[in-house]
Design a protein around this ligand. Sequence first.
Ligand SMILES: NC(=O)c1ccc[n+]([C@@H]2O[C@H](COP(=O)([O-])OP(=O)(O)OC[C@H]3O[C@@H](n4cnc5c(N)ncnc54)[C@H](OP(=O)(O)O)[C@@H]3O)[C@@H](O)[C@H]2O)c1
Length: 237
Amino acid sequence: MELDGAVVIVTGASSGIGAATARLAAGRGATVVLAARRVERIQSLVNELPGALAVPTDLRDPAQIVRLVDTTLHRFGRVDVLVNNAGQGLHVPLEQVRLDDLQAITELNVYAPLLAMQAVIPPMRRQGGGAIVNVSSMTSRMVLPGAGAYSATKSALNMLSQVARRELAPDGIVVSLVYPSVTATEFHQSLRAGARVGGGAGPVQPQPAKRVAEAIIDVIRSGAEESLLGQEGGWGR
Ligand SMILES: NC(=O)c1ccc[n+]([C@@H]2O[C@H](COP(=O)([O-])OP(=O)(O)OC[C@H]3O[C@@H](n4cnc5c(N)ncnc54)[C@H](OP(=O)(O)O)[C@@H]3O)[C@@H](O)[C@H]2O)c1
């Protein structure tokens, strides 16, 4: 899938990996649709990226996910790429996990990407294809004390994504997973509960959000099943 001329929905576009992905996609000629709750953030990114559209969206509300895709189709007539990037951590030992917190991150990290995939499948099928990238985490490929609940939501996302890839291949819809490790974003300041947990032998230098965004752009272009962004000495290596 080439990005030039493509209509690309990016969730969680108000900061970090999502904002970096929107900038890179727009730089390659895509029309980007920015979804997040912080209106002023996505609106200011629209001002930076000519032709972009901000659609204020709370992804924990299924109706707003449908509205996001409907608004995109109404405005641009098509949707070529969906980047399910929005997510939140819950970094406490399992003994302390509160079900309301687990429910909240499950709605955001699992239900929302599933519902967004379901919303874009019919138009992508009609168009003859599309690309979906689900942003997971290297924590889902390891056993990381203190991050069990969060990692469980990303593990669920991995399975949904892998099955979707096979189910949608006949329609020309390519589903991929990107697995970031520690990344320099607001993620660890906006955890649902808890604090960053270590996962390696020593301190890990967070990777720049742009590095993850480049991996997302690469899998959109290549159709690769997955991209792993493990770091030397830390998560995933
Ligand atoms: N940073 C890391 O170390 C790391 C490592 C592995 C995986 N990841 C994954 O990478 C993805 C992006 O995270 P990030 O690192 O870029 O973190 P971030 O800077 O905290 O960005 C999270 C994004 O999710 C959006 N979001 C949160 N709740 C939302 C809701 N209810 N509705 C709509 N949007 C919502 C936020 O926007 P609003 O608050 O404006 O709604 C924000 O744009 C996540 O899926 C995360 O799990 C991150």
